[in-house]
Design a protein around this ligand. Structure first.
Ligand code: ADP
Length: 616
């Protein structure tokens, strides 16, 4: 049916009934084709009601909690385009004419809304309103509502028709609502299932991580136990033989050198473990400063020349092409990376050469520095290359490496340092022929320095060995501490004895106190005399008064006397704690007997220079 019922020329009697029947027939047919709630309610509003010639209609549905009515479809001024509702409102059940129908289930036909206080003006004010309930199984699920500007507009037939349409639609609306509820339940269940799966995956991952951590801890302890016991056995064994006066002088010389080798190894191991623990605690701190590249690389390589010479290896360091000399990087980490790579190259090469080549690539975006360390050593099986940087991993058969000490930590640390500096490392190797480790680092120039400026060394930067161990000092002075009075606070007898031997052997006057309190007393008693200590060596862990407190007292009494902390704690926070206690410098135990006196001298001179005094 295409023509609508014209209310102005309303057909009457048989004709009207036929049209009504036809509309209902068409409506029922169309409804059977729709399954979604949206289609069903819009079909009521836009087709059935429109065809009846009503100017306005709104379909309301009761909310799930039964408290309100929401507008879900409309015909007339409330529906300007498509399936949109203009100025959509919700009406509480019980309020207004529509709310009354939803609450009571009674049909409401109002002839003059001016006289009905329940009338709620939605868009325009209209005099007539007809509202019928949409009921399913005795439950009110919605309201069909129509308004008209003329008073007493709706006839009994209209009421019948509205009620019929509402009743015909109710089943389908309820089914569609149930489907919607079902779909949203399925959706909620699916979300919950995915959430559960995610949680299960997270649990599995954290269980695996916990297992891996526990395995790593076990293997760490096993490794450590082995790594420490091996050199300790040698130290205890040879020290026992020497103490018992066993062996001829040649054997005793060998045993003494074994003591040194194993003690050095233990010291390296402990240093590496401390570094590794900082790395694993995420405490790799990068301290960028301006460095003189040539001397930094040169120094790092020179430290190892004696080792290479002992093995008869040629050690070469070359700069290829234009390489900036002024660079911004972390001096300590950079040095450690080069030293680790070169010392490995020496360690794993029996004959031939080690070549360190430095070059740079200048790109507009990010220039890079390339350092290659190439050796003619034992090489690495290509299947083992990916294990090189795993902590405690020695990729060669350790029985074959007999005599080559190692902890398997060096490359793991090197790798972490390279990453911290924003670089990368790759390895090319052939078993039996040699290896090349290639390090790429970002080539950051110091602030305000251009590429061409950077090529020339910075005249204000120290180039040459580090200030702690000046080469000239080492060779020049047999008695580097001559004329210095050193007060030493140390509770350990053997360490105090060692310090006395080393310091007096280097010409110092040596006074020892067994704890911080005694040290403070002795210092105070010497103040004003001709033998005021020139320098204090302070152990930090002591009974009665520790080194931190004692340093505080000493510095308050006499800030001009340098205090050097001497401690077995070597983590960064320990250094910071010493500094904030007032210590001017810091040395870690175990001390290096061969260079200790020289180190103390250099630190003393540094303090004097910094305070503007003459060193001698
Ligand atoms: P290590 O303390 O054992 O030297 P590293 O972490 O420095 O530990 O190196 C891990 C392993 O990588 C070494 O044990 C060795 O097997 C191998 N390796 C490292 N550098 C070289 C090299 N230049 N040539 C051959 N093998 C090397």
């Amino acid at each position: 049916m295409t023509d609508t019922l014209n209310r102005g020329l309303a057909p009457t009697g048989e004709i009207a009934r036929r049209r009504y029947l036809d509309i209902l027939h068409q409506f029922t047919l169309r409804q059977s084709r729709f399954s979604t709630l949206d289609d069903i309610v819009w079909n009521i509003a836009k087709t059935a009601i429109a065809e009846l010639g009503f100017v306005d209609c709104v379909v309301y549905l009761v909310s799930d909690d039964g408290a309100t009515l929401r507008q879900v479809a409309a015909h007339g001024p409330k529906n300007p385009v498509d399936r949109e509702i203009f100025h959509e409102i919700t009406i509480p059940v019980g309020e207004g004419i529509v709310g009354h129908v939803a609450k009571t289930g009674e049909v409401q036909c109002v002839g003059d809304a001016r006289r009905d206080p329940r009338y709620i003006k939605d868009d325009d004010f209209r005099l007539s309103e007809l509202a019928v309930p949409i009921t399913h199984a005795g439950r009110i699920i919605g309201v069909l509502d129509s308004e008209h500007p003329e008073a007493n507009f709706f006839s009994d037939e209209d009421i019948q028709l509205f009620t019929t349409i509402a009743s015909l639609a109710s089943n389908r609306i309820e089914t569609a609502l149930a489907m919607e509820r079902l779909e949203s339940t399925v959706e909620r269940l699916e979300k919950a299932r995915l959430q559960l799966e995610l949680q299960a995956e997270e649990l599995r991952e954290s269980r695996l991580a916990a297992e891996a951590a526990s395995e790593a801890k076990t293997s760490f302890l096993a490794n450590m136990s082995h790594e420490i016991r091996t050199p300790m056995t040698a130290i205890v064994g040879f020290a026992g033989l020497l103490a018992d006066g066993k062996g001829d002088s040649e054997e005793q010389f060998k045993w003494r050198s074994q003591l040194t080798v194993n003690a050095d190894y233990l010291q390296d191991l402990i240093g590496n473990i401390l570094d590794m623990s900082s790395v694993e605690n995420g405490m790799v701190e990068v301290n960028t400063e301006e460095v003189a590249l040539q001397s930094l690389v040169g120094d790092s390589v020179e430290i190892l020349r004696a080792r290479a010479n002992t093995k008869g290896l040629t050690l070469t360091c070359q700069f290829v092409g234009e390489v900036p000399d002024r660079l911004a990087t972390d001096r300590v980490k950079f040095r450690e990376i080069i030293v680790n790579l070169v010392s490995n190259a020496i360690k794993y090469t029996e004959a031939g050469s080690i070549t360190v080549t430095v070059s740079a690539e200048q790109l507009p975006e990010h220039s890079s520095l390339k350092v290659s360390v190439r050796d003619t050593g034992i090489g690495i099986d290509t299947t083992q290359l990916d294990k090189l940087f795993v902590p405690f991993n020695r990729v060669h058969d350790t029985t074959r490496l007999a005599g080559i000490e190692g902890t398997g930590l060096g490359l793991a640390l090197t790798y972490q340092f390279i990453k911290a500096l924003g670089g990368d490392i790759s390895v090319i190797s052939t078993l039996g022929e040699g290896s090349e480790f290639v390090l790429i680092l970002p080539c950051a120039l110091p602030e305000g320095v251009s590429w061409s400026d950077a090529a020339a060394p910075n005249p204000f930067l120290q180039s040459g060995p580090s200030p702690v161990l000046k080469e000239t000092d080492v060779v020049n002075s047999e008695q580097p501490l001559e004329g210095l009075h050193i007060l030493c606070c140390e509770d350990s007898e053997p360490i105090a004895l060692l310090l006395e031997v080393l310091l007096t052997g280097a010409g110092a006057q040596f006074t020892r106190c067994v704890n911080g309190a005694k040290g403070v007393q002795r210092f105070e008693s010497l103040l004003g005399s001709s033998s005021v200590p020139d320098l204090v060596l302070m152990d930090m862990q002591m009974p009665v008064m520790n080194g931190y407190q004692a340093t505080g007292h000493l510095k308050r009494m006499q800030p001009d006397v340098p205090v050097i902390a001497l401690t077995a704690f070597a983590l960064k926070e320990d250094v910071d704690r010493c500094r904030s206690a007032g210590c001017d410098h810091y040395l870690t135990k175990p001390i290096q007997a061969g260079t200790f006196a020289q180190q103390v001298r250099s630190l003393y001179d540094e303090f004097q220079e910094a305070s503007g005094r003459s060193a001698y």
